[in-house]
Design a protein around this ligand. Structure first.
Ligand code: HEM
Length: 356
């Protein structure tokens, strides 16, 4: 036709040579946009089967299959989010997480029952792989400061691993032995891991954080800003499980914080801790048995747990000696004093001992 309107509606005079040049000679977008192309190619079938809308809704997370992939996706998206937010440090924060990150992060979080922020379950539990046949470990995802970060993540993972027998046997407390010797797990070959930017920057959340007073808008998810606490080993299931098992009762303020941290655990972990809580109390059983050996064994477990917490306080003290205290002050505990929290939790653990 020679007209720039193309030949739609003019079949007789339409000739291929007269078509305007196409905008591109390409017919496929590059790999990252594979999901767009798949939907586009499938349009006739998707529309005929009324599935196009649901495919569009699930565009971002639809290729993830099962919990393992979802956990890995949460790990990846949470690290990208932390990097995005804290790239310029505390002075250069943003108020909005862009929707190309916020929406898939939200979807994956909803599917897992985890909050859309870096949690202990990402940072430590999902973030390791075997480096060689000898069983040496490495992290999967890292951030600037990789060396010290790796030490911190893997040491914490070893503490988790050391707790596994204790978790498995539940009532049989001898597995708490490692907690009586925490230095064996907490010692790092090159000295204490000093996660210089971890607590100072990357792990911080946007709840009670003066650097982000309004929280964070997850674009495409909610117009209102949302507030979430940063990652903390206070979200580790093992200590919560031992506390419940041994019937440790923390002060109201400390338990409020620790209870809130349970919302940052994967739901099956949370359910496990709650199950221990609901089970017939071990402490009561030991008391009513009148068995001195049983009581001594129970008390050794309580002391091991208190010793672990004392040792942890030593580490935090050493860390604060090399990192600015302001780094930790607003973290997790809502700006209250970290040491009074950690000491109160340690002291109430000690009070769990059954006297003769
Ligand atoms: C340099 C190393 C470490 C530092 C600086 C550190 C710092 C802290 C801080 C500041 C808190 C208070 C809660 C918060 O504000 O989030 C805390 C709590 C906690 N940390 Fe660490 N931590 C370190 C290593 C570890 C390791 C290796 C573990 C092992 C699992 C651990 C387990 C815990 C637990 C369970 C809590 C909750 C309080 C409790 O139940 O006693 N921390 N830590």
């Amino acid at each position: 036709t020679g007209s720039s309107r193309g030949c739609f509606g003019h079949p007789p005079g339409c000739s291929l040579t007269a078509l305007p040049p196409p905008p591109s000679t390409k017919t496929e977008l590059p790999a990252p946009y594979g999901p767009w192309m798949e939907i586009a190619h499938d349009l006739p079938q998707l529309i005929a089967s009324h599935r196009l809308r649901s495919h569009v809704h699930q565009l971002s997370a639809r290729h993830l299959r099962g919990r393992e992939e979802l956990h890995l996706a949460h790990l990846v998206l949470s690290f990208i989010t932390m990097g995005y937010l804290w790239q310029e440090g505390e002075e250069g924060t943003v108020k909005v997480l862009p929707q190309n990150l916020a929406v898939p992060f939200w979807e994956v979080s909803q599917a897992l029952g985890l909050p859309p922020i870096l949690c202990h379950a990402d940072f430590v539990l999902a973030n390791w792989r075997r480096k060689d046949p000898d069983g040496n470990l490495d992290t999967i995802i890292s951030l600037p400061g990789a060396e010290s970060l790796r030490g911190f993540i893997l040491v914490t993972l070893l503490v988790e691993k050391a707790a596994v027998p204790g978790i498995k046997v539940g009532g049989r407390c001898r597995a708490l032995w490692l907690f009586a010797h925490p230095e064996s797990a907490l010692r790092h070959p090159r000295g204490y891991p000093t996660p210089t930017r971890l607590l100072r920057g990357w792990g911080k959340g946007w709840k009670d954080n003066p650097a982000m007073p309004g929280g964070l808008v997850y674009e495409g998810v909610s117009d209102e800003p949302l507030a979430y606490s940063g990652g903390s080993a206070a979200q580790s299931t093992v200590l919560h499980a031992f506390d419940e098992l041994l019937g440790i009762r923390h002060s109201e303020e400390s338990s409020a914080f620790l209870r809130r941290m349970r919302q940052y655990m994967p739901p099956p972990h949370r359910a496990f801790v709650e199950e221990i809580r609901r089970a017939p109390p071990l402490r009561q059983h030991v008391l009513s048995s009148g068995d001195a050996r049983l009581r001594a064994a129970f008390n050794r477990c309580v002391c091991a747990l208190a010793d672990f917490r004392s040792y942890h306080i030593t580490i935090v003290t050493k860390y604060i000696a090399v990192a600015p205290p302001s780094a930790l002050e607003t973290k997790g505990t809502g700006g209250s004093h970290i040491f009074s929290f950690l000491k109160s939790v340690r002291d109430t653990t000690r009070e769990g001992v059954i006297s003769a």
